[in-house]
Design a protein around this ligand. Structure first.
Ligand code: HEC
Ligand code: HEC
Length: 333
């Protein structure tokens, strides 16, 4: 475009044609990338309006469901932070710091390699159930249930669980939250590009997409979420903490399984909305995205990226941010 403009300005018609031809855009790489990645689709309004999704929304935003009455799920999964938490570690309902950094909720139910940093929860329902005796601070499941029953009667759960004689249970609570979380997908410019809209990405973002693939990031960060499908060692070519400067070495999956093969294994993080979810990594040890990209290249691929390559990848990653879902807010009664 620039070439054509300057050639025209010079008034040299022949040059203008030649340059216009050489400045023909490269063929769109859509098909190859669509096969490697994939789209996040918008959620139907009917799914958002389903009784279980509405109940899950109420529960997710309800501070009364924590032991100190001050912490809702959303407290550590803030809309302003892409449904994650800008704090390196969050503060739980017992006033203790969490052992790992918070993660985004948006699109999270689409992951296939388990939930949480180490993929140790099989589903969003299992994760929500575990939170009651974790972040939400109850000593036992029974105490969490007694508290739930204090605030929710059978009528409030009936529409979501029709035919259930005693619907107010921790299991149903977790199920409703799972249904709600599955309505929180964030289609982004990247998806519009894959769907056929060439103008959805800037030229720099398309170049960044190529850099991302050529450098080798997509070897792990593939699928519609650019991650969430594999568990891998963090630190394949170099101990990760040498680059992240982590204060404490987290052994990943090994901490729970004690299986040597699980040392420093974490789920490959999804990269949807990643520009909005700083700081980075399981311990929130890296504050800025360009530094996180450099760390990844160094410890996973044994490669030092140039500043131009790093900037190019970050430009691409910006195209993975979607809008905050309208129902990611406390319910309006
Ligand atoms: C005190 C802060 C805090 C609260 C409260 C909290 N979370 Fe989290 N959440 C976290 C942290 C930290 C992680 C990462 C945990 C890990 O991997 O060890 C996480 C992870 C998750 C994940 C996994 C996302 C993924 O990509 O795998 C989901 C889903 C989730 N939380 C949902 C919830 C729900 C539902 C509630 C309420 C019942 C809740 N959270 C309450 C801090 C919190
Ligand atoms: C060999 C597999 C592998 C490769 C290759 C790889 N990554 Fe990762 N990536 C991971 C794993 C595993 C994590 C989770 C690390 C953790 O738990 O702290 C991760 C995390 C990230 C994060 C942090 C996300 C967050 O929410 O905190 C970013 C950003 C990232 N990768 C970008 C890249 C980029 C860019 C490249 C290419 C330069 C790349 N990765 C290459 C496996 C890989």
């Amino acid at each position: 475009m620039n070439y054509k403009f300057s050639a025209t300005a010079l008034g040299i018609a022949g040059v203008s044609v030649a340059l216009a031809v050489s400045a023909q855009p490269e063929p769109e790489p859509r098909e190859a990338f669509a096969a490697m990645f994939g789209q996040v689709k918008p959620v139907a309004q009917a799914a958002i309006d389903a009784p279980a999704a509405k109940l899950g929304r109420a529960l997710f935003w309800d501070q009364r469901l924590s032991v100190n009455g001050k912490i809702a799920c959303a407290t550590c999964h803030m809309p302003e932070d892409g449904s994650s938490d800008r704090r390196q570690f969050s503060t739980d309902a017992r006033d203790k710091p969490t052992s790992r950094h918070s993660q985004p909720i948006y699109n999270s139910t689409l992951q296939t390699a388990g939930l949480r940093w180490t993929g140790d929860r099989a589903s969003a329902a299992a994760q929500a159930e575990g939170s009651m005796t974790g972040s939400m601070g109850f000593e036992t499941r029974e105490l969490a249930l007694a508290n739930l029953k204090k605030h929710y009667d059978a009528k409030s759960f009936a529409a979501a669980f029709p035919g259930d004689a005693d619907p107010v249970t921790i299991k149903n609570m977790a199920q409703a939250i799972d249904v709600y979380e599955s309505t929180l997908n964030t289609p982004a410019p990247f998806d519009r590009y894959l769907a056929g809209d060439n103008a959805a990405l800037t030229a720099a973002q398309k170049a960044g997409m190529r850099t991302f693939v050529n450098v080798g990031c997509a070897g792990c960060h593939s699928g519609a979420l650019l991650g969430g499908t594999l568990q891998m060692k963090f630190g394949l070519t170099k101990d990760y903490w040498l680059e992240t400067k982590s204060k404490k070495v987290d052994e990943g999956k090994f901490a729970a399984t004690k299986n040597e093969a699980d040392k420093h294994v974490f789920r490959v993080a999804m990269l949807r909305n990643v520009v909005d979810t700083a700081p980075y990594f399981h311990d929130g040890s890296v504050a800025k995205l360009d530094d996180a990209v450099r760390v990844m290249a160094s410890v996973q691929l044994g490669r030092q990226l140039t500043d131009a390559e790093t900037a190019s990848i970050v430009e691409f990653l910006k195209s993975l941010s979607g809008k905050r879902p309208a129902n990611y807010a406390p319910p309006v009664n």
